[in-house]
Design a protein around this ligand. Structure first.
Ligand code: NI
Length: 172
């Protein structure tokens, strides 16, 4: 397992529609291991493959609140099959947009079909924070960021801050 650098917005790779996996092989499992390690190290509750520059449809998440209850999940080729009419507002953040948090409204519950690490097709229902997290991560696979739900002014303010952050990091 190894830690992988996380891309920071703006980056053209974060705007791409990612390609589906043909199947789940050892390379996919290695990628999942790296992504989980990178996510826990950050720390974050979700990480999508494009955030480490892999333009493939996979993300990892763990929305458990305590370390003892850790529930690492890997979702491959995820598809939302159902959304609730009821909506929920969460203050979202993103490892590719560090230290910026804004409220985003999304369906409160979703059903998602995906391949697990054994290549088995699974359908699961998510609610609460997990529902927001899966929708945020699936957006990444389609080149969409949570700031795309904000006003143009807010989005460009955040983008400006991130450009500054990247310039500062490049000097280190
Ligand atoms: Ni994100």
């Amino acid at each position: 397992m190894s830690l992988r650098p996380i891309l920071i917005h703006p980056d053209p790779r974060l705007k791409k529609v990612c390609a589906p996996f043909e199947g789940v092989d050892s390379a996919a499992r290695r990628l999942a291991d790296d992504m989980l390690e990178t996510m826990y190290d950050a720390p974050g509750i979700g990480l999508a493959a494009p955030q480490i520059g892999q333009l493939q449809r996979m993300f990892v998440m763990d929305c458990s609140s305590r370390e003892e209850d850790a529930e690492p999940m890997v979702l491959i080729n995820p598809v939302v099959t159902w959304k609730s009419d009821e909506l929920n507002v969460y203050e979202e953040g993103c490892l590719s947009i560090p230290e910026q948090y804004e409220e985003v409204t999304r369906p409160a519950e979703v059903k998602v079909r995906f391949l697990d690490l054994d290549g088995v097709m699974v359908e699961r229902r998510f609610c609460g924070l997990s529902a927001t997290c899966v929708q945020h991560e699936i957006d990444h696979l389609d080149g969409r960021l949570f700031i795309d739900y904000l006003s143009r002014i807010k989005r460009s303010m955040i983008t400006k801050k991130m450009k500054k952050l990247k310039a500062e990091r490049a000097l280190l």
